[in-house]
Design a protein around this ligand. Structure first.
Ligand code: KG4
Ligand code: ZN
Length: 360
């Protein structure tokens, strides 16, 4: 039996300052300080402002997480920190803070890939066994990964341009709906007619499971402009119909491409087939329901971790650090912050694999 481990996790790669304490598969505390208000007037995350805010807030955030978990540094086995990929100033704030704590306490330091944090979350929440299929779908990422070990990921497809969350955010902006766009487009879509605007399903008929969402955004712009030209503006029903048509297009693409990703994964004959989703877009009911139905038809478990662990948080970083520690791995004070850090080292770089858009 492996010994129980208690890990402090630190996350600061984008616009959430987060700290968490995880003991084995229990999240003892997970504190997230968002920065939405700081960046609101700029229409996107400003890297300098984000980095400064992380540097100012990290120690408070860590103190709060330790207090909430009811532990002190003496109870910890290691400090895990996001070492990339992300906005370099923010990543550096976290790495420097973790190094300081490690030097002062003597606790081992463990650098974690932020994407591995997302990809290992289903093991924290549902104890999935390797290999499982993962769709990471957020404002900055969209990729299918087969997770075969804590450091063994095969990327079998992804977006070649925008991430779906980014497309939701841009669509909301075009339709005059509030940010973040995902929830407001989903809400408007509830009373809309998804058949009114026949939007494209990019790359749907191409082989493989790569995706493209930038053309969809242009199609929404054109559809909106034609309504405005005809009526002089957008009525609430037009917003609802455009939202519903957009959401249906994104959902169709994600589900069809997931079907193909599942084909590749199921060919490996996993003992307990499982498909997990993470990232902010995992909150979308149409996407979730569609994927759940797809998995049910293929006798594959569908796992959607609770939303607070699907979006950026530090519990996933602590847990990924825990798996590294169990494997006998750790870093030292030479750990460096990396703006880019692909999970699948063998896969060719993809245009859409970096962090960009409203959340980057
Ligand atoms: O994972 P996340 O919190 O941050 C990163 O992108 O790293 O994801 C945020 C993204 C935003 O683009 C937001 O619009 C989208 O997730 N999102 C949604 C929904 N809730 C959040 N997209 C579609 N439907 C939703 N209900
Ligand atoms: Zn993330």
């Amino acid at each position: 039996m492996t010994r129980s481990l208690t890990i402090l996790g630190i996350e600061s790669s984008c616009d959430d300052t987060a700290a968490a304490v995880v003991r084995d598969c229990d999240v003892l505390a997970s504190v997230v300080y968002g920065q939405t208000a700081l960046h609101a007037e700029f229409g996107g995350v400003v890297p300098e402002i984000a980095a400064r805010a992380h540097a100012e807030k990290l120690d408070h955030c860590i103190e709060e997480a330790l207090a909430e978990a009811g532990v002190t540094f003496a109870d910890l086995d290691a400090i895990a920190v996001t070492a990339g990929p992300g906005l370099i100033g923010g990543v550096l704030s976290g790495v420097m803070c973790a190094k300081g704590l490690s030097a002062a306490t003597g606790l081992p330091l463990i650098g974690v890939n932020h994407l591995a944090g997302h990809a290992l979350t289903p093991r924290l929440t549902d104890q999935l066994t390797y290999p499982y299929l993962m769709l990471l779908v957020s404002g900055g990422h969209c990729q299918f990964l087969i997770a075969a070990g804590h450091d063994s990921f095969q990327r079998i497809g992804g977006t070649i341009d925008d991430a779906p969350g980014e497309a939701f955010d841009k669509t909301a902006r075009l339709l005059g709906l509030p940010q973040p766009g995902g929830p407001s487009v989903e809400k408007a879509a509830k009373t809309g007619d998804a058949r009114r605007f026949p939007l494209p399903r990019p790359l749907l008929n191409q082989p493989g499971c790569d995706m493209s969402f930038s053309g969809l955004k242009t199609a929404i712009l054109r559809a909106r402009d034609s309504v405005v030209a005809e009526k002089g503006g957008l009525a609430t029903q037009d917003q609802a119909d455009l939202s519903a048509s957009f959401q249906a297009a994104i959902t169709d693409v994600l589900i069809e491409k997931s079907r193909r990703a599942l084909d590749t994964y199921l060919a490996l004959n996993p003992e307990k087939p499982a498909f997990a989703i993470a990232g902010g877009v995992a909150a979308n009911t149409a996407v979730r329901d569609g994927l759940m139905a797809l998995c049910a038809g293929l006798e594959t478990d569908f796992v959607a971790p609770p939303l607070r662990l699907c979006t950026d948080n530090a519990a996933m970083i602590a847990y990924a650090g825990l798996e590294r520690m169990q494997a006998g791995e750790q870093d030292d004070l030479t750990l460096s912050a990396r703006p880019r850090w692909p999970l699948d080292k063998r896969a060719a770089p993809m245009l859409g694999s970096g962090k960009k858009g409203a959340k980057a």
